[in-house]
Design a protein around this ligand. Structure first.
Ligand code: UDP
Length: 189
């Protein structure tokens, strides 16, 4: 089950995360209206889960949370049973794709999916990070937040076709670089 650009993003409009989804939807709507009305040269890229150096320590995303917890030997906060899957794209790959999107001809507005098409279960991600950090942390199961998608994985056929792009950094290499970054960052006072 992968997500194509034809996905309409239908969400529960009163769900606890809907302001986030609906915000992205209306942003695309406005971009397309300005494009059609005034030929404003807009581009729409749909960015899936991205990670890498320079992430904030405390913004709550899974890769930064797990790495920071593992390096401090604190409990890993796993939401739900960890069987939900995500596909994580290394930031350099995301930036390369976005640069190419900007260089598309004026009439090619998108949307175009930008992400990594290899999913991993969140519990397996936790395990990989524990190993790579050589950590003594234990996994602590926490309640799954409402509206947490069970799967999220992009279809990147359009990005391959339009941009000649696909991610080149595999999860292990990307995690190593991200862990290195957080090791340095956590040493600072
Ligand atoms: N997650 C988790 N522990 C955390 C942070 C997140 O288990 O400390 C889970 C979260 O429930 C979701 C996945 O990891 O299933 C990815 O979460 P994130 O917020 O990074 O991205 P998104 O939910 O937007 O895909």
């Amino acid at each position: 089950e992968v997500q194509h650009e034809s996905y309409w993003g239908n969400v529960n409009p009163i769900g606890i995360r809907s302001c986030y989804d609906e915000g992205k939807r209306v942003a695309e709507t406005l971009c397309m209206d300005y494009f059609r009305q005034d030929r404003v040269q807009v581009k729409i890229a749909r960015i899936f889960n991205t990670y890498g150096p320079q992430m904030a320590t405390h913004d709550g995303r899974v890769v930064s949370n797990f790495i920071v917890q593992a390096l401090r030997n604190e409990d890993i906060t796993l939401y739900g049973d960890g069987s939900q899957t995500r596909s994580f794209c290394y930031v350099d790959d995301t930036v390369e794709a976005l640069t190419r999107v900007l260089a598309l001809p004026p009439d090619q507005t998108g949307p175009v999916n930008v992400g990594n098409p290899s999913p991993i279960a969140v519990k397996d991600l936790a395990q990989r990070i524990l190993e790579l950090c050589d950590s003594r942390s234990k996994i602590s199961f926490k309640p799954l937040p409402g509206d947490d998608p069970k799967k999220r994985c992009p279809d990147i056929a359009r990005a391959r076709d339009w941009l000649g792009w696909a991610p080149t950094t595999d999860l292990e290499a990307g995690l190593r670089k991200t862990i290195e970054y957080f090791e340095e960052k956590l040493k600072q006072p």
